[in-house]
Each structure stands twice: as structure tokens, then as C-alpha cells.
Write a protein that binds this ligand. Structure first.
Ligand SMILES: NC(=O)CC[C@H](N)C(=O)O
Length: 213
């Protein structure tokens, strides 16, 4: 008999940033999406999305709202997480061009450069091949976005900026390490739910194999 997969409950960290857009995209991709503002809510979710916004502000608010430790513990125990833009910065073990006291949650063995595109232009869009989510390229919107400078062990690069975009070309902008996913861009603003659907699939697979704590 086929096992019935339950709908995963996916939280969106809701201290700052584009929370509503992620809630909508996750719901469209088949998840039970809830906003997470309190430590008790961290215990109720199967997975977490860290939205775009301002990583320095989100870092401070995580500490003020006492969310930092519970989230770090769950990520270390295998909870799937997806960070877009500022969320990618928060998942990175190491950052370049952070503010002097900026901390990350960490978990992904990547080094990201904050505001990497912003040094050239504030926002930038391109069609990005991302075979893991489908044949059609993803229309990627970058808003004062980071890019990945270095990837460590077991980090899979899912997309890089194509040729023809100057210094940005070749930099990884979508990466995965086990149950962790990060994109420099904002799929939640384009109406294309394939990246969120990919994450929902990751969460379902983690629940099915018991790798999501
Ligand atoms: N759109 C975004 O999430 C911008 C990210 C922001 N520049 C940061 O470093 O946090």
C-alpha cells in the first residue's frame, strides 16, 4: 500500500522581510505555511524559510526575540531550511562584507559576499538555467543580493549567473547542502513556484526518510 504523504508544515521567519510572498508561494506549492515569530512556533514546524530583507536587522531581531538558539538547534538536528537573499546570508557559515558585529545562523558550508551585485547595480534580473527545478530557466530577480564566493564539502551548485553579466558571471546563486537550500534571488516575487515546490519536495523527502528532526 502506498504511504500517504502528509502536508508539510513550513514556517516563514516573520521578524522582517518579504514574509507574505513566501507564505503565498509555499501555500501554492502545497505546504501548510505559517508565520514564525515566537520560540514555541519553531518547535511546531517541519521546515523553515528565511526570507529576503536585511540580514543585519534579521540577525538582531533573531537575538531579541530569542529565536536564534532554537532555530540553530533545529537546523543542526537536520530540519530543512531555505534562505532567499538575506536568508542565504543567514544560512552561510561565513560572510564577506558583513557589518562588524553581524552573526549568521550558519549551517551551510558556503562563503557569501553581501550586497555583491549592489556594488554594480542595486537590482538585476536574468533568466537562469536551474535544471533541478525544470527545463525552462527561472526568471531570477536579485535585489541588493549576495552571491556565493566559495562552496565547501557536499555543497551542490544548482545555478550560476550565466556568461555575459560581467563580474557576476559564474558565481553560484543557488546552492544545496543536504536539507539546506539557498538562493541569492527572490522566486517568491515572480509567480513561478518551482523553487518553492522543489523545497516542499525536499521537506517531504526528509520527512519520509526521517532525516528531518
Ligand atoms: N533582498 C535582500 O534580501 C537583500 C539582502 C541584504 N542586502 C542583506 O545583506 O541582508
Amino acid at each position: 500500500m502506498q504511504q500517504v504523504r502528509r502536508q508539510p508544515r513550513i514556517g516563514v521567519l516573520a521578524v522582517q522581510g518579504d514574509v507574505r510572498e513566501h507564505l503565498r508561494s509555499l501555500a501554492a506549492a502545497g505546504a501548510d505555511a505559517i508565520a514564525v515569530r515566537r520560540p514555541a512556533e519553531v518547535a511546531e514546524i517541519d521546515a523553515l524559510v528565511l526570507p529576503g530583507g536585511e540580514s543585519t536587522t534579521i540577525d538582531k531581531l533573531l537575538r531579541i526575540f530569542e529565536l536564534r538558539d532554537p532555530i540553530r538547534e533545529r537546523i543542526a538536528a537536520g530540519m530543512p531550511a531555505y534562505g532567499s537573499c538575506a536568508g542565504m546570508v543567514l544560512l552561510a557559515d561565513s560572510i564577506l562584507d558583513g557589518t562588524h558585529d553581524q552573526q549568521t545562523l550558519g549551517g551551510m558550508r558556503i562563503t557569501v559576499r553581501r550586497n555583491a551585485f549592489g556594488r554594480q547595480v542595486d537590482s538585476f534580473e536574468c533568466d537562469l538555467p536551474m535544471p533541478a527545478v525544470g527545463e525552462e530557466p527561472v526568471h531570477a530577480v536579485f535585489i541588493r543580493a549576495p552571491w556565493v564566493e566559495e562552496v565547501g564539502d557536499a555543497v551542490e551548485v544548482l545555478a550560476r549567473v550565466p556568461e555575459g553579466h560581467g563580474l557576476a558571471s559564474g558565481h553560484p546563486v543557488a546552492v544545496r547542502q543536504g536539507n539546506l537550500l539557498a538562493t541569492s534571488f527572490h522566486p517568491e516575487v515572480t509567480g513561478d513556484e518551482r523553487v518553492h515546490a522543489y523545497f516542499v519536495e525536499m521537506v517531504q523527502a526528509a520527512l519520509a526518510t526521517g532525516s528531518a528532526a
